[in-house]
Design a protein around this ligand. Structure first.
Ligand code: SAH
Length: 247
């Protein structure tokens, strides 16, 4: 039997957003390695798997990536059905790409299972359409957090006209604002900040580019949160005000 690891997305939090394929993988799993942004409620689909928590929250104590790699390899070589369960989608800022590469280099078969990424879920749960005919012709997913010195092309992002969805941005709001303003984005560009998207404790803060940092502070915005920056971020509000005006 060849060694195999499933790299599975658990979605943004709401257990009902799990895919049927993820449910099947969890059901068949002997071992589940779980990130700390995964809602433990999804583990109800396991049939007796051993669950190992290998959280990796930025800035907090976390399991070294190399340890996670070796753990997956060890269990897979023992012939166990290994599920590596990640928040959202495994390959959207989730190191799924790195883990798959590392395992394949060691002749471990990898099967990737999509999950609903937090950016999409957050927007949907606030009734924001990320693309909208006549308003936004595209979406750009970015992270504000880097471990290297790489720079985003902020001018291109500011001028690109796509909706920006920012992951891991809570601690970088000031920098994001400054870069986008310098890049030429309008100060009144609508911004939605969505914390704990899809969970019962979801909160959303509406603002604009110029005020988003102060508004987030007043709101006490906390991670995990995503930012949606673009004209579409005002659409749900506009619809709500229209309804309120009629009512
Ligand atoms: N692979 C994940 C992203 C992991 S990076 C995915 O596809 O969703 C971690 C970042 O994702 C957090 O800092 C936050 O920006 C975002 N995130 C994850 N879960 C979230 C949630 N329920 N609500 C809002 N943002 C979330």
């Amino acid at each position: 039997m060849s060694a195999k690891v499933w790299l599975v997305g658990a979605g943004p939090g709401d257990p009902e957003l799990l895919t049927l394929k993820a449910v099947r993988a969890l059901h068949e799993a002997d071992v589940v390695l779980i990130d700390d942004l995964v809602n433990p409620a999804v583990l109800e689909h396991c049939a007796g798997a051993r669950v190992v928590t290998v959280g990796k929250r930025g800035g907090c104590r976390s399991t070294p990536q190399d340890f996670i790699h070796r753990l997956m390899l060890r269990y897979a070589r023992q012939g166990k059905c290994v599920v590596r369960l990640k928040g959202g989608d495994p390959c959207i800022f989730g190191r799924g790409g790195e883990e798959a590469l590392w395992l394949r280099e060691r002749s471990v078969e990898v099967e990737l299972v999509n999950g609903i990424t937090a950016g999409l879920a957050g927007a949907t749960h606030c009734a924001i359409p990320l693309t909208l005919r006549g308003v936004s012709r595209g979406v750009t997913l970015i992270t504000a957090h880097t471990q290297d010195d790489s720079q985003l092309n902020w001018r291109a992002l500011a001028e690109g006209g796509t909706t920006l969805v920012v992951y891991m941005g809570v601690a970088k709001l000031e920098e994001i604002r400054q870069q986008l303003l310098e890049g030429g984005m309008a100060a009144n560009m609508p911004v939605a900040m969505i914390e704990n998207a899809s969970l019962p404790q979801q909160r959303e803060c509406r603002s604009d580019l110029a005020r988003m940092h102060e508004d987030a502070q007043a709101f006490a915005l906390k991670s995990p949160a995503i930012l949606v920056i673009g004209s579409v971020a005002a659409t749900a509000q506009a619809a709500c005000s229209a309804v309120a005006a009629i009512a």
